[in-house]
Design a protein around this ligand. Structure first.
Ligand code: ZN
Length: 119
């Protein structure tokens, strides 16, 4: 005899956990995991409804992978791709770090352009 463990109650639908819904909203690749859902804000960051509130997708991804984000810290992209939600491409920093990081990247990009022009 095989025990019938299939839960077939009258209420046949299952609540999908936020984590599971999140996973359906990005494309996994060898590089960045790009968000395919809706976006929010000027930087076009991933927008995710976690069941209680709208959160930024990369923040949600960080919390799923590493735990709660300490107060006052931001989740930054090391890959410079706002739509990326791959935890290993994310790191914590302060808002000041974030601005400095963007400035540095902007500067190095300009230097690169200059170098290319001199070639
Ligand atoms: Zn990335």
């Amino acid at each position: 005899m095989v025990a019938n463990n299939t839960a077939k109650g009258h209420k046949g639908f299952v609540t999908t956990p936020a984590e599971q819904r999140f996973r359906a909203k990005y494309i996994v690749s060898d590089g960045c995991w790009l968000w395919t859902g809706t976006t929010q804000g000027r930087g076009a960051y991933p927008d995710f409804w976690d069941g209680k509130r709208h959160v930024r997708g990369h923040r949600f991804a960080w919390e799923q992978a590493f735990g709660p984000i300490p107060d006052g810290l931001v989740v930054m992209h090391t890959c410079d791709q706002p739509l990326c939600v791959r935890p290993v491409h994310l790191r914590l920093g302060t808002q000041a770090d974030n601005l400095r990081d963007m400035a540095t990247k902007g500067r190095s990009r300009n230097q690169h352009t200059v170098a290319a022009a001199l070639d």
